[in-house]
Design a binder for this molecule. Structure first.
Ligand code: GLN
Length: 344
């Protein structure tokens, strides 16, 4: 082969390589790891949306009256990669109240202020196997909340955020969530009023914890701040960015701001894996291998560590309080893109 023939062959070879890597969902790099392509993610996110958009199963939460009124048709999916690429399908603008997903960010703030050991020892890092608002779980575990993602542990975490009063505590918690989202999140007054007048069970939980000497501030004051943090509005896009901050080791990939010390990220993700989907967390992990957190507003945030996050909003829930469509869409995306962290 002459010099020009060799050049022609090389050019042809390079072209085949480019075409192949562009069309594949992901290519295998030399180390055998999957490298995701943006086109591949787009295609799968679109498929997930189309596949489940007419799935009406599940029911809005109604124990907080305002949640029953939210449009059950809202359905949006946002993937945000570690380097800040945003891929979306459906209604990613309509917001729902963040509810229990807020627990991740307050736990993160407590870890940032007091360290990972404090969170583990004071609040815990074990699943309860019982519903998120269980009172008996506290009694069964010698007054321990077990983890920061059941109501008990979340109210406790709220109480441990350093502040001179409740106003400052709320401002810090809200600012922290805004930093995760890279956006000033709106407050849902209607949901707040609806829940704050009907949160006797959470008040009882805070009082029991206080009786066990576990609270960092006045229990009822902490319950009110906790109810506020649950009433912050998020859409699928916000959840995607918040999750991507964790996928990116604590730095918001859109704003570049560090929100959590990198060393604490795996600890927080571990609690999400153990207790993120309430008493169904085991089945979720079995299906996906991915740390995630759900909220009764219909949001679901899933983190694929070091790679990306998936934020989904769809209000109808299953019996555990997890969004039905959000789970289905997330499982579909994880399976299709080969994202299960245990399969890497
Ligand atoms: N604010 C809700 C409550 O305390 C949050 C519960 C949830 O999303 N699981 O009951």
């Amino acid at each position: 082969m002459g010099a020009s023939g060799r050049r022609g062959f090389l050019a042809f070879f390079a072209m085949v390589l480019v075409l192949f890597s562009g069309s594949a969902l992901f290519a295998r790099d030399v180390s055998g790891l999957h490298t995701l392509s943006e086109t591949g993610i787009k295609q799968v996110v679109k498929e997930a949306y189309e596949k489940f958009k007419n799935d009406n199963s599940g029911k809005n939460a109604d124990y907080i009256k305002a949640l029953a009124k939210v449009d059950p048709k809202i359905f949006g999916i946002t993937v945000v990669t570690r380097d800040g690429k945003v891929i979306e399908a459906g209604d990613t603008k309509s917001a729902v109240s963040i509810q229990s997903i807020s627990k991740v960010f307050t736990a993160s703030l407590v870890m940032q202020e007091h360290g990972a050991k404090f969170l583990q020892e004071k609040i815990g890092a074990n699943a309860t196997g019982l519903p998120f608002n269980s009172i008996i779980a506290i009694e069964l575990h010698d007054g321990s909340a077990s983890n920061p993602f059941v109501n008990a542990g979340a109210i406790q975490a709220t109480s441990w955020v350093r502040a001179k009063d409740s106003k400052e505590r709320w401002a810090k918690i809200k600012k922290n969530m805004d930093d995760y989202a890279g956006n000033e999140l709106a407050f849902n007054e209607e949901v707040y009023i609806s829940e704050v007048n009907d949160n006797k069970r959470n008040q009882a939980i805070s009082k029991i914890l206080d009786a066990y000497g576990r609270m960092g501030s006045d229990p009822l004051e902490a319950t009110t701040v906790y109810t506020k943090q649950c009433s912050v509005n998020v859409n699928a896009h916000d959840l995607g960015v918040m999750g991507a901050t964790l996928a990116n080791h604590g730095v918001n990939p859109i704003t570049g701001k560090r929100v959590l010390k990198a060393a604490y990220v795996p600890k927080l993700l571990a609690v999400m894996a153990t207790a993120g989907l309430y008493d169904n967390a085991g089945d979720w992990l079995y299906e996906t291998g991915a740390p995630a957190k759900s909220g009764v507003g219909g949001g679901l945030l899933t983190v694929i560590p070091g790679k990306l996050a998936i934020g989904v909003v769809s209000p109808p829930l299953d019996k555990y309080g997890n969004s039905v469509r959000a789970q289905k869409a997330t499982i579909y995306i994880i399976e299709k893109l080969g994202l299960n962290p245990y399969a890497q």
